[in-house]
Design a binder for this molecule. Structure first.
Ligand code: HEC
Ligand code: HEC
Length: 306
């Protein structure tokens, strides 16, 4: 398929290709004979007249036959190719070949060839797959391919990207929840509170949040922050900050932080909110791959490798 908006470009490219080939053939035709010069004494001069380095003369020989035939064959090949394959602007070629179809066919073949390898695992439950060392290797390779760019090659995460090895889950660590996270993706939305809380109130709430996990906090500001927390945050993070996996609202009373535990970072979350996206993978991964990766991820925090 052509990516050009106007058909004119298709004709333009087709014309250049065809004129190019025609020009090559004309060139060959026009050079098929050599014009022989005669020397002043009437004998045949078999050089072109070029002389350099004193006595090097260029001979004026006709093109070798084999060379002329290769030239013609190359032109015939080019024309045949342009009939069979897409090459002339928007013309699709008699074989209807597209690289997109070829890729899809290749991928389908590879998937069919690896399916028997996965078949045995599709019968097993996730904890059993996670204990299988060969399955873990496959899972790890898939994870490195599809997940490591965000979650890190050791699945340890980074700011905004959850650690998948610590047993602390935003949405839940059951095999089914992990599979769901992979298939459908996730979107953690924390609304901004800049309209309800100013900077100093947000700071007081942040002090209260820090106190929930036993981090050093100013007791006076904690006391000021507590009612504000109860008025604004309990609906999602729960009394005591235990979080809510149905909403992906993090537990604020443990020492695991998605963004960080400093007052500044917490205030930033409160005032600006957060909108964090894990992309859905159901269109990208086959069911077999999803199962292998789910088992690998489940195993990371359930001691499967030990
Ligand atoms: C483009 C970046 C990106 C890629 C690629 C990605 N993730 Fe995520 N993932 C995230 C983000 C961001 C979150 C947190 C979403 C939120 O805060 O709601 C997340 C959340 C998750 C969760 C939920 C964690 C919890 O605590 O409940 C799991 C499980 C997960 N990802 C697994 C995977 C796996 C397995 C892959 C590879 C197939 C993958 N992710 C690929 C960015 C990514
Ligand atoms: C509508 C639900 C909702 C409300 C209300 C809400 N939050 Fe959140 N909060 C979330 C979600 C969801 C996340 C995770 C965002 C993400 O995945 O990136 C979050 C993340 C956070 C984080 C980051 C935690 C970390 O591990 O880094 C902090 C801190 C936080 N909220 C504090 C608060 C405070 C304080 C309030 C009240 C002022 C509040 N939240 C109100 C849903 C909510």
């Amino acid at each position: 398929m052509s990516d050009f908006f106007s058909a004119g470009w298709g004709y333009y490219i087709a014309a250049i290709s065809l004129i190019g080939i025609a020009w090559c053939l004309w060139l060959l035709w026009s050079q098929r004979k050599t014009t022989v010069q005669l020397k002043p004494d009437g004998s045949v001069d078999d050089t072109t007249g070029h002389v350099w380095d004193g006595d090097l003369r260029e001979l004026n020989n006709p093109l070798p036959r084999w060379w002329a035939w290769m030239f013609i064959l190359a032109c015939v090949f080019g024309l045949a190719y342009l009939v069979l394959y897409p090459g002339l602007g928007t013309y699709k070629g008699t074989l209807q070949y597209t690289t997109r179809d070829a890729l899809a066919k290749q991928q389908a073949e590879v998937e069919a060839s690896v399916r028997p390898l996965y078949a045995k695992y599709m019968q097993m439950d996730v904890p059993a797959i996670a204990k299988d060392s060969q399955a873990r290797e496959i899972g790890q390779r898939l994870f490195l391919n599809y997940c490591a760019q965000c979650h890190g090659s050791d699945a340890g995460g980074s700011k905004g990207f959850p650690n998948l090895t610590d047993g602390d889950w935003l949405y839940g660590g059951e095999p089914d929840t992990i599979t769901q996270s992979i298939l459908k993706g996730r979107n953690g939305i924390m609304p901004p509170f800049a309209a309800q809380l100013d900077g100093s109130k947000a700071g007081d709430v942040a002090q209260y949040v820090r106190s929930l996990s036993g981090l050093p906090a100013d007791p006076i500001r904690v006391a000021r922050g507590e009612p504000l927390y109860k008025a604004n945050c309990v609906a999602c993070h729960g009394a005591g900050g235990k979080g809510n996996q149905a909403l992906g609202a993090p537990n604020l009373s443990d020492r695991t932080w998605l963004y960080g535990s400093s007052e500044r970072t917490i205030v930033e979350t409160i005032l600006k909110g957060r909108n964090n996206v894990m992309p859905a993978h159901e269109e990208i991964l086959t069911p077999e791959k999803v199962r292998m990766i789910s088992a690998y991820v489940w195993g990371l925090s359930n001691g499967a490798a030990r």
